[in-house]
Write a protein that binds this ligand. Structure first.
Ligand code: ADP
Ligand code: MG
Length: 706
């Protein structure tokens, strides 16, 4: 049994570890109550959380050693707690974990700065959970059986490779694992990445794998921001490569969920923000700061600036929630700077993800469960853009190219602000309190002004109706406008070229060029200040509707509904009303105002009107008709559809075989004021809907008599 003893000795705690008595006195003095509570709840609770600051105050050297030599000191701590004399500590196998949190600033490297110098040290990292494996059993103490003599050996296993004994007593060297006599521990791998708000521009987020075991598993969900204390270790390379990976063995995990808490706002910043917000032309300044290189599109920029501030999220009694996030959709002809606008917003927003409809990454827009290497054969939950941008804004370009699965997730996320995943027995929901700014192209790549908006975009009406504002961008041939845009684009390019000259060739820009640069493409509000302004307003300002503003919104809304009632259509649904409230709140937030004033509701109404007019005006009557969005057809279209179906049914009942010549339908429809082209179009629609069919060329027959 010599070999076994040798192994056993190496892994047993060193009784002479000088940190055991030190930790005993610390625990006795500072944690006795917590230990008592732990004992009462053991083994459901198996961890004692210890604030590093407390250890530091108690014994500076002990604290220091813990950071430098965490394996040895934590081993002592885990041993020490067993020796603490608390009443009722008669538990067998009492072996809780000491979990240290709140390390000093010097021990909190950014994920991207983690280096070989941190190996074996205790550090604290902050990241967002991007991926998470299911809970897997990990071998802790293995029982090995000699394949020749049957002798068994119990051997604690090191981190990553299973380790059988070197040689058996009988000098044989081949062993089998006896799983039923081995001990396993719960284990989970977590991939964290840098919080988006810490990244500049299009920097790629650094990632770090976290290995969590025992009661640390299932403590976090994908998309959650977490602070993890752990020991940095090397991951041996697979095969015979020489590059090692690294991972953090978690000691303590804590979820932090504050919005934008990484953006530090000093009292000076606050003063500057207050001054800015008090400027009479603040709304224009905002418009001039959203995508300044893009000429025109002021209404869209105004909508986007309100979207960035956002409305107020409400949590009502009974935990029901009303979203505060504003969603905006841009649909337009190609080459109208939609993608450019989205990219520009990506640079302004304190927290954002830019993604194109057709993603190549597995998780894409929503969230998924996949089987891959990371999950070591099991399932991994992966957070997609909407989840990772939780609390911020998700920019989705080419929305029309999105696949059905992502689309239905987006659907849920826009309104419920969560995404559910149910796959392979994993049922979970992800929080997606994310506002969405999206761009899409028309179905036939260019808008045709004679057909309704909805028919020209490849998106289900129910999805579109979840956006608070939608804008249609049409490429109209307008001489004056073309000249202005051309001038702006050319000027922008010229300034860009001159900036290169200055940078590379040290050729100074003339005062006139400098002035041009300032005037035309420099954002009115400096980018850093803009970000701080946004996060300050979103964290501190929660405006309330006044009686006056309630009246104004109500009047406008009822007006739309009245119009609808007269025409027999729906000019607006309750969704539009909620959107109006959100936009008004956002407008008040811009001024850092605690109340929603009349001027805020006016701004909201103007935007909603523009949006509705552009998109849901019935091309045949010129009236706003929300039916276009809710059902994909205008009220006129629906009426015409019904009329023609009626004609077909009436005629059909008069004929023996029920087959109606199309010529007759056209003739009859003329008296109703519907021309023959329209009739043919409607017949196709009715056929698609299954209301009629064509038994042979030139005739139609209704599928039902009534
Ligand atoms: P889209 O995504 O709408 O198809 P892009 O964002 O790719 O269009 O824009 C095409 C190009 O045209 C970009 O380089 C953009 O800068 C330029 N452009 C289009 N409209 C404008 C405008 N109003 N002002 C300045 N540049 C514009
Ligand atoms: Mg584009």
């Amino acid at each position: 049994m010599g070999e076994r003893l040798e192994f056993a000795e190496k892994t047993e705690t060193d009784a002479s570890n000088p940190f055991i008595p030190k930790f005993e006195s610390f625990l006795n003095e500072k944690c006795i109550k917590d230990i008592q509570r732990l004992v009462e709840n053991y083994p459901q609770k198996r961890s004692l959380s210890v604030d590093f600051k407390d250890i530091e105050l108690f014994d500076f050297e002990l604290a220091d050693e813990l950071l430098i030599n965490p394996d040895y000191v934590l081993e002592a701590a885990n041993e020490a707690i067993k020796n603490i004399d608390v009443p009722a500590l008669e538990l067998e196998n009492f072996a809780p974990h000491i979990r240290v949190f709140n390390l000093p600033q010097e021990q909190q490297p950014l994920l991207r700065n983690i280096s070989a110098a941190h190996l074996g040290k205790l550090i604290l990292v902050e990241g967002v959970v991007g991926q998470l494996t299911e809970v897997l059993p990990k071998l802790k103490i293995a029982t090995w059986e000699c394949t020749r003599c049957g002798n068994t050996y119990k051997i604690p296993q090191s981190e990553h490779q299973s380790k059988p004994p070197y040689i058996c007593e009988c000098k044989h060297r081949s062993f089998n694992l006896v799983a039923e006599d081995s001990e396993f521990v719960d284990y989970q791998k977590i991939k964290t990445q840098e919080p988006l708000e810490k990244l500049k521009g299009s920097e790629i987020a650094a990632t770090l794998d976290i290995f969590a075991s025992d009661d640390l598993v299932n403590q976090v969900s994908p998309g959650a921001k977490t602070r993890i204390t752990g020991i940095l270790r090397l991951l041996p390379p697979k095969d015979k490569k020489t590059v090692y990976g690294k991972y953090l063995e978690a000691v303590h995990i804590e979820e932090t969920m504050q919005e934008f808490d990484d953006i530090e706002i000093t009292p000076e910043d606050e003063k500057e923000i207050r001054e800015l917000a008090a400027k009479p032309d603040i709304y224009e300044l905002l418009v001039k700061s959203v995508a300044p290189t893009i000429y025109g599109h002021e209404t869209i920029k105004e909508a986007i600036s309100l979207q960035l501030f956002g409305g107020v999220k409400k949590i009502l009694p009974g935990e029901s929630k009303i979203r505060g996030n504003i969603h905006v959709l841009l649909v337009g002809d190609p080459g109208l700077a939609k993608s450019q606008i989205l990219t520009a917003v990506h640079n302004i927003a304190p927290k954002s993800i830019y993604i194109a409809g057709k993603t190549t990454t597995g998780a894409g827009i929503s969230a998924t469960a996949v089987k891959d290497d990371f999950g070591e054969g099991g399932w991994t939950l992966k957070a997609g853009a909407l989840v990772l941008a939780n609390g911020g804004i998700c920019l989705i370009d080419e929305l029309d190219k999105m696949d059905a699965e992502d689309r239905s997730a987006l659907h849920e996320s826009l309104e419920q602000q969560k995404i559910s995943v149910a796959k392979a027995g994993i049922v979970t929901t992800f929080k997606t309190e994310t506002s969405v700014l999206s761009a899409a192209n028309p179905k036939f790549s260019r808008f045709d002004q004679y057909t309704s908006f909805i028919e020209q975009i490849n998106l289900p009406p129910t999805l579109i109706s979840r956006f608070d504002l939608f804008f249609m961008m049409k490429d109209v041939l307008d001489r004056k406008k073309d000249e202005d845009i051309a001038k702006h684009i050319l000027k922008t390019h010229q300034i860009g070229e001159k900036m290169w000259l200055e940078r590379k060739m040290k050729k100074k820009m003339s005062a006139k060029d400098k002035e041009e640069l300032e005037r035309s493409i420099t954002p009115a509000i400096n980018l850093e200040l803009f970000k701080k302004y946004l996060s300050y307003a979103r964290q501190n300002i929660f405006p309330v509707l006044t009686q006056e503003s309630i009246q104004a919104l109500s009047d406008f809304y009822i007006g739309l509904r009245d119009q609808g009632r007269k025409e027999g259509n729906y000019a607006a649904t309750h969704r539009q009303l909620e959107g109006l409230v959100r936009l008004s709140e956002a407008s008040a937030r811009v001024r850092l105002s605690d109340v929603v004033e009349l001027k805020d509701t006016e701004r909201a109404i103007r935007l909603v009107k523009t949006s509705l007019q552009e998109v849901v005006t019935d091309p045949e009557t010129g009236k706003i008709d929300i039916d276009i969005i809710t059902s994909g057809q205008t009220h006129t279209q629906i009426t015409n559809l019904k009329k023609i179906l009626r004609i077909i049914k009436d005629k059909s009942s008069e004929i023996d075989d029920g087959m109606v010549p199309i010529e007759d339908v056209i003739g009859e429809s003329k008296t109703e004021g519907i021309d023959s082209d329209k009739v043919r179009e409607i017949l196709t629609k009715l056929e698609k809907a299954g209301d009629i069919y064509r038994p042979r060329h030139g005739v139609v027959k209704p599928t039902s008599k009534r």
